[in-house]
Design a protein around this ligand. Structure first.
Ligand SMILES: [Zn+2]
Ligand SMILES: [Zn+2]
Length: 305
């Protein structure tokens, strides 16, 4: 069975919220770790509404400092403290974010019950932001009106899977399972060696999720998202408003489909819709003309990546 890698969409709107849509935020569960990707205003309410947990979140990734991507953050970190959080929280985002957080906490004479570990992103070049045994997060520059990065979240490995039947038959101790997953052969107490392939199954493929928040159409991102299993790409406007997209450094739904096709990703999720669209069906249809395997981000929807 594959490990958890699932995404809950919390916000699908752009600069101004509408009755139907909240600003950008996504809740990601991967290999037992929980991430929040962007944190627009109202993210806390969305987390409550969809039955998710604040204190599970260990990492918060912020793409850029337009309010629709981080105005929910001060409330979020304060709530975590009010709930008595002890576990450190890692925030990844533009360097200018940290003094903002410090000022807000200082102005309210707020002392958090936990520590924040802040990791600044680099909007000039791609970088490995954080690496753990099971996954890694990379950032890459996006072309927007201000400094902005996308994120590539990637499972690591490949670790082989234990063949329970074969291991139990031979009485392989549980303590040796991690070595088997890493590819070691097993030497039984009688000295006999058993090849790894007899006791394990091939590794599940490593999955990748690329998050492209606000950006003008930019083929420069293709090397960073190429072949991703899932791509979230902003699609603020329909292509008839290309002029508007160019002025505001956003992408049209057709262009998002073109990026997905050029990058040869497997799935495309569209979001960050302008408040002018009550019905985003036409944006989906347009993206599909370039990339058929497109879907609309729907708030509250759980996507198995
Ligand atoms: Zn935005
Ligand atoms: Zn923006």
């Amino acid at each position: 069975m594959q490990k958890d890698f699932e995404l809950t969409i919390l916000g699908t709107g752009s600069a101004t919220p509408t009755r139907l849509r909240h600003p950008s935020a996504q809740y990601l569960r991967m290999e037992g770790d929980y991430f929040l990707i962007d944190c627009g205003e109202g993210t806390q309410n969305q987390i409550l509404k969809f039955g998710l947990r604040f204190n599970k979140i260990k990492y918060i990734l912020i793409s850029h400092l337009h309010g629709d991507h981080y105005f929910g953050l001060p409330g979020m970190i304060t709530t975590m403290s009010l709930q008595g959080r002890l576990e450190p929280l890692t925030i990844i985002g533009p360097s200018e974010l940290w003094p903002i957080i410090e000022l807000i906490l200082k102005s309210g004479n707020t002392t958090l019950t936990y520590e924040i570990n802040f990791i600044p992103t680099d909007a000039e070049q791609p970088a490995l932001v954080l690496e753990k045994a099971q996954w890694e997060i990379r950032s890459f520059p996006l072309r927007h009106r201000i400094k902005c990065t996308g994120f590539l979240i990637k499972e690591k490995g490949p670790l082989r899977k234990i063949s329970k039947q074969a291991c139990e038959k031979l009485g392989v101790p549980f303590s040796f399972y991690d070595s088997l997953k890493a590819g070691a052969n097993y030497i039984a107490p009688d000295g006999k060696t058993y090849e790894n392939a007899l006791l394990t199954l091939p590794a599940a493929p490593n999955r990748t999720y690329a998050y492209v928040s606000d950006s003008i159409y930019d083929e420069g991102i293709l090397p960073h998202i190429s072949g991703a299993d899932w791509l979230y790409h902003e699609a603020t406007f329909k292509h008839d408003l290309l002029d508007r997209a160019l002025i505001t450094f956003h992408t049209t739904s057709l262009q998002a489909g073109e990026i997905a096709a050029r990058a040869q990703v497997k799935n495309l999720i569209l979001g960050h819709f302008s408040a002018r669209y009550a019905d985003v069906g036409p944006l989906l249809e347009e993206a599909k003309t370039a990339f058929p395997n497109s879907r609309i981000a729907i708030e509250g929807e759980l996507i198995q990546l």
